[in-house]
Design a protein around this ligand. Structure first.
Ligand SMILES: Cc1cc2nc3c(=O)[nH]c(=O)nc-3n(C[C@H](O)[C@H](O)[C@H](O)COP(=O)(O)OP(=O)(O)OC[C@H]3O[C@@H](n4cnc5c(N)ncnc54)[C@H](O)[C@@H]3O)c2cc1C
Length: 391
């Protein structure tokens, strides 16, 4: 269908993807076109209900296994991931974000850092989509400055006693375990004395409360309250007190994944605006024939293509084991700004229909904003780049 030409069969990605990876990307698109229909997505977004059927589909298709090591049932690498996430983001950025938290962030952290027992117990289940995670770093007083986190974990025999509050933690209602960044020691500096604990959910003393947000309602973000919650010491992930340094690799990977998700979502928003502009007639002609409209569409598509190339470039560096801090920050902030612009201009092109709840442009308008905030705000990512660029 013409509608998807901007997304599928892209010649410019031939430098990045193998024939097999293109086929995988196509298969994700075919499956989601059938099951993640606009009606299904709207119903779950409006009712704030978890898209169980889509999660089951993802599990059946083996998508939870992507990037995990083969010995735990995993398959494929970061280039498979990037193609999959772009297409998943095209259909639902919320669904793709959920995958990213489970597999790329927590799954990836467990692969790198967890004990053999934890890996053996949980990674095969994750690969099959039978266990779920959330990732708890942010707090009310520790957002961009995440290392100033205050949630504490004090050693008590063979346990840690956790106290504190985490904010905005996505997917915690469904999570069987929460990867928690907490302070295990008051070090010299704020980056020292942080550790990672894999907290079973539920745990006595842990309360999970969904927060109402502007968008992304299918997977709720939550406040987590820990009051003397006891977590077995064997649930420590990585080295005691060295959690901050160990988290850094996880965050760079997150930016690459988010940039691909956002590129897909921006393309979906543009495709909708384009289709509408072709069909909508005013003054006896299609509004896409007005230069004011078609130049806008051209500029937006060009910006999306730039964001896509930045995103695939970052993924290629990641896949070949190279450093990509700079490139991942570029890809993420540029893709986030692009999606926001496409959603704003796309809504403008659709006039009142863009503003109505009947079309999914309103969902893009609500969901785009979050990508300039989570996974590193646009300002923080520019700071990261400036440190390298300007010195
Ligand atoms: C829908 C959603 C889901 C989320 N999911 C998760 C999750 O699963 N797990 C998790 O741990 N967190 C999650 N977060 C939290 C997210 O990571 C934080 O919102 C983000 O890091 C920004 O922190 P903040 O919101 O506290 O903003 P602040 O850090 O308070 O920033 C406010 C403003 O100040 C600017 N600013 C701050 N410092 C600087 C600086 N040094 N230079 C220039 N500008 C600056 C920021 O860019 C921003 O514009 C989620 C957030 C949202 C909205």
């Amino acid at each position: 269908m013409e509608k998807f030409e901007k997304l599928m069969g892209r010649r410019d990605l031939a430098n990045f993807l193998t024939a097999e990876q293109f086929e995988f990307r196509d298969s994700v698109h075919r499956a989601l076109s059938q099951h993640a229909t606009p009606e299904y997505l709207r119903e779950h977004d409006e009712n704030k209900t978890f898209p169980r059927e889509l999660i089951e589909l993802m599990a059946q298709q083996g998508w939870f296994a992507v990037t995990l090591p083969e010995e735990y049932g995993g398959v494929g690498g970061y280039m498979d991931m990037i193609g999959m996430l772009e297409v998943m983001g095209y259909h639902s950025s919320t669904l793709a974000r959920y995958w990213n938290i489970n597999v790329n962030m927590v799954g990836g952290a467990l692969v790198q850092l967890a004990s053999p027992e934890i890996k053996q117990e949980l990674l095969p289940k994750l690969a099959e989509g039978k266990t779920f995670f959330s990732f708890a770093l942010s707090e009310n007083g520790a957002g961009s400055d995440a290392a100033s986190l205050r949630t504490s974990a004090e050693r008590d025999g063979d346990s840690f006693i956790v106290n504190g509050t985490k904010m905005w933690i996505t997917g915690s209602v469904q999570a069987n375990h929460i990867l928690l960044a907490c302070r295990t020691e008051k070090g010299e500096g704020k980056h020292e004395g942080i550790s990672l604990l894999l907290v079973p959910n539920p745990t006595p003393g842990l309360e999970v409360r969904p927060i109402d947000l502007l968008g992304g309602h299918m997977v709720r973000s939550c406040e987590l309250n820990f009051v003397n919650a006891r977590v077995p010491a064997r649930q420590l992930v990585g080295d005691l007190h060295r959690g901050w340094v160990q988290l850094m690799g996880v965050l760079a990977k997150e930016r690459i994944a988010l940039s691909a998700i956002v590129v897909g979502a921006a393309q979906a928003a543009l495709d909708q605006a384009l289709e509408y502009a072709r069909e909508r007639k005013q003054f006896g002609r299609s509004i896409s024939s007005f230069q004011a409209i078609n130049h806008k569409l051209v500029e937006l598509q060009t910006q999306i293509d730039c964001a896509r190339l930045l995103s695939y470039r970052g993924a290629a560096l990641l896949a070949s084991g190279q450093k990509c801090n700079f490139e991942s920050a570029q890809a993420k902030f540029f893709a986030g700004d692009t999606y926001m612009k496409v959603a704003m201009e796309g809504l403008q092109i659709m006039g009142a229909n863009g503003y109505s709840m009947e079309y999914s442009m309103q969902r893009h308008f609500r969901e785009a904003k979050v990508f300039q905030i989570l996974g590193g705000t646009g300002e923080i990512l520019r700071n990261v780049i400036a440190r390298d660029l300007v010195g």
